[in-house]
Design a protein around this ligand. Structure first.
Ligand SMILES: Nc1ncnc2c1ncn2[C@@H]1O[C@H](COP(=O)(O)OP(=O)(O)O)[C@@H](O)[C@H]1O
Ligand SMILES: [Mg+2]
Length: 233
């Protein structure tokens, strides 16, 4: 049966849409069949042409039910539902049907406070540091904020998705023929980690480029920055 991943969060502008598309692109690059499902009524659908995944328009409730039912009837598909801010009731509905829930947040006290509330509300959800600074000094400051403000949730924080200006290419109606390698690497690293959480193996990764997650991991001061999922057992 297909897996459903929901990208949620009460705050707008945290990176839900970007994360949803990066994840789908990464899943596609790793040989998985993925669908990015739009639910935000204030955004327009994006063409699937040139992407490693399909896009689905589920901006009304009926369409969403249909798309999810269709996906659930298929094997080996992964549906990524791109949520929208300020929709706690909708988020609750999506949470119930999701196999996993991702809550992106940026490096700001406001985003962190909002994601902490969502982590409390949704006990099975994971927070994803998104648009994370790449500059070493800023990165350290951002990591320290997380350690300080989210210590109670440290086992539910995935590895950061770096700020990548090329990520906006995935939100164009039509993607260019070739996407920059750093973007594809970031997408793959994200997809690998999510597959690990879902406990789905990665079998068709060509592995032709160095793993971005390995690069990121080597930068983490392991002792005080546990931005890794630690699963019991
Ligand atoms: N990893 C990233 N790197 C660079 N910019 C990003 C990244 N993720 C999001 N952004 C930017 O942040 C803004 C909000 O992102 P978006 O995905 O639309 O958030 P949401 O869907 O939560 O409203 C957009 O301008 C987007 O391009
Ligand atoms: Mg959005």
């Amino acid at each position: 049966m297909a897996k459903i991943i929901c990208v949620l969060g009460n705050k707008g502008g945290t990176g839900k849409t970007t994360l949803s598309h990066m994840l789908c692109q990464g899943l596609g690059l790793l040989g998985h069949r993925a669908a990015c499902i739009l639910t935000d009524v204030s955004r327009e659908p994006l063409s699937p042409n040139g992407r490693r995944y399909i896009t689905a328009d589920a901006r009304n409730g009926d369409a969403l039910t249909k798309v999810i039912d269709k996906l659930r009837s298929l094997d080996d598909w992964i549906g990524v539902v791109d949520g929208a801010g300020n929709r706690t009731d909708m988020d609750r509905r999506l949470y119930v049907m999701a196999d996993i829930v991702l809550l992106p947040f940026r490096d700001s006290h406001e985003d962190i406070r909002a994601v902490v509330r969502d982590l409390d509300l949704f006990p099975r959800a994971y927070a994803v540091p998104a648009q994370w600074p790449v500059n070493a000094w800023q990165r350290n400051a951002a990591d320290r904020n997380v350690t300080h403000m989210m210590n109670a949730f440290r086992h539910r924080i995935l590895k950061p998705v770096a700020a990548l200006s090329s990520s906006k290419l995935l939100l164009q109606k039509q993607v260019p023929d070739q996407l920059p390698s750093p973007l594809n690497r970031g997408c793959r690293a994200l997809a690998r980690e999510v597959l690990e959480v879902l406990e789905i193996g990665v079998d068709s990764d060509k592995g032709d480029e160095p793993r971005a997650d390995a690069v990121l991991a080597s930068r983490l001061p392991a002792a005080d920055m546990p931005l890794r999922v630690q699963r019991a057992g």
